[in-house]
Design a protein around this ligand. Structure first.
Ligand SMILES: [Zn+2]
Length: 69
């Protein structure tokens, strides 16, 4: 599984999107950004989210889990 932590995008937010593909995560993150942060999913934001998606067993993931918002 891969995931995306909203916190990694610079938000003080505990939202995590999980999925088996980038697209699945982008869909969830897009809905979340719109509903919670009032941010429409733009090309720029999509690129940024794509760059922050990582595998749940990666070091990047462990850093995201231990980082304080
Ligand atoms: Zn968020």
């Amino acid at each position: 599984m891969k995931d995306f932590h909203c916190r990694d995008a610079g938000m003080k937010c505990d939202f995590v999107a999980r999925g088996s593909s980038d697209q699945e995560i982008l869909d969830q993150a897009g809905r979340h950004a719109q509903q919670t942060h009032n941010l429409p999913m733009s090309k720029d934001l999509e690129q940024r989210v794509r760059g922050l998606i990582h595998d749940e067993d990666s070091d990047a993931h462990r850093r995201s889990m231990s980082a304080k918002p």
